[in-house]
Ligand binder design. Structure first.
Ligand SMILES: Nc1ncnc2c1ncn2[C@@H]1O[C@H](COP(=O)(O)OP(=O)(O)OP(=O)(O)O)[C@@H](O)[C@H]1O
Ligand SMILES: [Mg+2]
Length: 258
């Protein structure tokens, strides 16, 4: 199929996002890249201090120069900027998909670079712009490596408004998403990711245009759910970051501070 011109930016963005996800999924726990042993309570205090960064494949194109900001536990922060300004890159750095070339990212007083990567992934949940589903069952896609039971998975799926759809798939929660990818719309894929975020013991939730593929009603329902979960479960989502190219949906944050 020949893409229409208007789809080209979306396609290339999807390609980059897919390669980022692939990078995250395949990151070994033993390479020097993932070195870092510290397991400490991730409270939600995050600090970027004089960060310089360029993607390794384009070292001559600086994305950030001396970027500094602080996020405090309990805050809901919206990062707003035009396309290509680096919003998703902040999310990628927070997941340690890439290391800054200079400067330091701190979670409380701990360097992100010395954090155990598995620990980090358990405590930072991301709902991103792209589908980010892999060739495994719905259950495995939602659990994404964490050892949660089917009840918790179904509770998260209900909260993300996707349970009924999963039940309508050929094998329900055991349906493999790879071979059934054509059955999943962009919005449904995004809700599966939201279920993945809700099921984890994450204290930091990053929503990178998390509802961009949803219609207005579904986007509102999902954001209401996230806000509700944040309010009732004080031990979770200590810090929430919503990354949007426009400002209006960000205003849904209960207390946007930037
Ligand atoms: N994996 C990558 N390799 C090389 N360059 C990249 C990569 N990902 C992003 N970039 C570049 O980094 C810059 C910032 O991209 P980023 O995806 O962070 O922007 P964004 O603010 O999230 O944009 P959008 O609103 O379109 O999602 C862009 O110029 C982009 O082309
Ligand atoms: Mg982006």
């Amino acid at each position: 199929m020949i893409p229409r011109l208007t789809e080209v930016p979306l396609l290339s963005k999807a390609k980059i996002a897919a390669s980022d996800f692939d990078r995250l999924y395949k990151l070994s726990h033993t390479t020097t890249e993932t070195a870092g042993e510290l397991r400490y309570p991730i409270t939600g205090n995050v600090s970027f201090s004089n960060i310089n960064f360029a993607y390794p494949n384009r070292p001559d194109v600086p994305i950030f120069q001396n970027l500094s900001f602080d996020l405090r536990a309990g805050e809901c922060v919206a990062i707003v900027g035009p396309s290509g300004s680096g919003k998703s890159t902040i999310a990628a750095l927070l997941q340690r998909l890439y290391e800054p070339s200079d400067g330091v990212i701190l979670f409380d007083k701990h360097r992100l670079g010395s954090t155990d990567i598995r620990w980090l992934r358990e405590h930072v949940a991301v709902v991103s712009q792209s589908a980010n589903l892999f060739d495994a069952s719905v259950t495995e896609n939602i659990a994404y490596g964490s050892s949660v039971g089917i009840e918790e998975i179904q509770r998260a799926a209900r909260a993300a408004n996707i349970h009924d759809f999963i039940m309508s798939l050929p094998e329900g929660y055991e349906t493999r998403l790879g071979e059934n990818a054509s059955l999943i719309s962009g919005g449904q894929a995004q809700r599966l990711q939201i279920a993945r975020a809700l099921v984890r013991r994450s204290n930091i939730l990053i929503l990178d245009e998390a509802t961009s593929a949803l219609d207005v009603d579904n986007a509102k329902a999902i954001l209401d759910t996230i806000v509700k979960i944040k309010e009732v479960s004080l031990s979770r989502f200590h810090c929430e970051m919503e990354v949007r190219a426009d400002i209006s949906p960000a205003q849904r944050c209960s207390s946007p501070t930037r």
